[in-house]
Design a protein around this ligand. Structure first.
Ligand code: NAD
Length: 439
């Protein structure tokens, strides 16, 4: 049992804190918001993440997990402090490190005994050294500390599972002993552990996310070629993904990547590369393809409807992917704005992200059910592939629409079945459908 402090109670911080407590440690999570801390003690979470509520509640009741707004309370007995604060995009695409700076300064000011500072946030290469400088500047002389980079690879929507079953644990530090102490915390997970230097660990995180974004942009580019030449991208992805050297993951063509990580991390690495004199050509192309993908969906929809003026478009799903309420950089936002700019009225339904979406999409009409979204619509766009959309009564939907136009931007429906129900159906990259119609 170790005493651990976690800074931040977002998707990474809360999952990290709850899971480390579940592994038998005593964890105190620090965040600045009194209401959030009070709610967490009552089992009310600030985010939606499957399975997390139960783990938080169980570990809080067992006395292994607690929440506070005070750094001194969190750090009192801690041997480790995990920093899991946000690193959003700055105006030039750089990672905004203001939260990391604030957290590091607070930690330094409350440092009263030896401590290992473990950075879980995704940060530019060199940030670990810089955090060490902040701590050295603000701490009381003589108190020892070490900084370890431990980037997080969990996916929202399966965060608890991913934390408990990682493909690898990456640890980087100038102190091998400190990295090994952090590795011990993860021993119960029996995961491959890579111990390296600080900068390499920080780079592994960016390189991993940028590679995954590249894979999605690649398959989206292939989807566009498929449409042009009359091939089906779903089969192409299956054929490619069966090759062990390629693998099936992240080969789903669609509206493009979004969310709280890929957009900001690709931008940040491109910025880091450029400011260090490198020429990040591929990263720039990956971003451009992603942006174009949303515009392509809009123009294909425009072709079907003629004009958006006076038309109603329904959006099925708003979160950037299923099983999360996260709306940060969700493709739905840009799509809704582009539709509204061209005169469409947008109505939408999402199983859990509506609360967050309301704060961003001010003129969208939010519906209580997927059927209500279709009611009177001129087109329905499947934006997020939530499981509940796979079993809808599509006949009822087709009948309730003003024009039964279905744009399946995640390729979850069978084109032939949808056409048989009377839909004018379009998917992404489904150039071949057996009867010569465009997919
Ligand atoms: P988030 O916005 O959900 O959570 C950030 C938390 O930090 C919030 O609770 C916020 O209140 C808190 N915070 C900010 N400044 C603070 C301060 N000075 N003191 C105390 N608390 C403070 O962010 P997130 O999605 O959990 O991401 C955190 C980091 O992890 C980012 O760098 C992100 O890139 C990285 N990451 C995220 C994911 C993901 O799927 N969300 C996965 C891997 C890595």
């Amino acid at each position: 049992m170790k005493n651990i402090c976690v800074i931040g109670v977002g998707y990474v911080g809360l999952v990290t804190g709850a899971c480390l407590a579940d592994l038998g440690n005593r964890v105190v999570c620090v965040n600045q918001n009194k209401e959030k801390a009070a709610n967490l003690k009552k089992g009310i979470l600030p985010i939606f993440e499957p399975g997390l509520e139960e783990i938080v509640r169980r570990n809080y009741e067992a006395g292994r997990l607690d929440f506070t707004t005070f750094y001194d309370e969190g750090l009192k007995d801690a041997e480790f402090v995990f920093v899991a604060v946000g690193t959003p995009s700055g105006s030039e695409g750089e990672a905004d490190l203001s939260h990391v700076t604030a957290a590091a300064t607070e930690v330094a000011q409350h440092l009263a005994h030896p401590l290992i500072i473990v950075n879980k946030s995704t940060v530019p290469i060199g940030t670990g050294d810089w955090v060490a400088d902040i701590i050295t500047t603000h701490k009381v002389k003589g108190v020892e500390f070490a900084v370890v980079s431990n980037p997080e690879f969990l996916r929202e929507g399966s965060g608890v599972h991913d934390f408990m079953n990682p493909d690898r644990i990456v640890l980087g530090s100038t102190s091998r002993a400190a990295a090994e102490k952090v590795a011990e915390l993860y021993t119960p997970l029996q995961a491959t552990t890579i111990i390296t230097d600080l900068r390499t660990a920080e780079m592994i995180k960016y390189a991993s996310n940028c590679f995954l974004a590249t894979k999605i942009s690649f398959i989206n580019e292939m989807a566009n070629v498929c449409e042009a030449v009359g091939a089906d991208v779903l089969e192409v992805a299956r054929g490619m993904g069966s090759d062990k050297r390629i693998g099936p993951a992240f080969l789903s063509a669609g509206l493009g990547w979004g969310g709280s990580c890929f957009p900001k991390d690709v931008k940040a690495l491109a910025h880091i590369a450029a400011t260090h004199g490198a020429h990040p050509q591929m990263l720039r192309a990956v971003m451009e393809i992603n942006y174009d993908q949303r515009k392509r969906v809009l123009s294909k929809l425009r072709e079907l409807l003629g004009t958006f003026r006076g038309k109603t478009v329904g959006l099925l799903g708003l979160s950037f992917k299923p099983n999360t309420d996260d709306m940060r950089d969700a493709p739905s936002i840009e799509l809704a704005h582009m539709l509204e700019n061209e005169g469409a009225h947008v109505q939408a339904y999402d199983p859990v992200a509506t609360g967050n979406a309301r704060k961003i999409l001010k003129s969208v009409t939010f519906c209580e059910t997927p059927y209500a979204v279709a009611e009177g619509a001129d087109a329905l766009v499947l934006v997020t592939e939530w499981n509940e959309f796979k079993q809808l009564d599509m006949q009822r939907i087709a009948r309730s629409m003003r024009q039964p136009v279905l744009f399946d931007a995640r390729n979850i429906y069978d084109p032939a079945k949808m056409r048989a129900l009377g839909f004018t159906y379009r998917g992404i990259g489904r150039g071949y459908n057996g009867n010569g119609q465009p997919g």
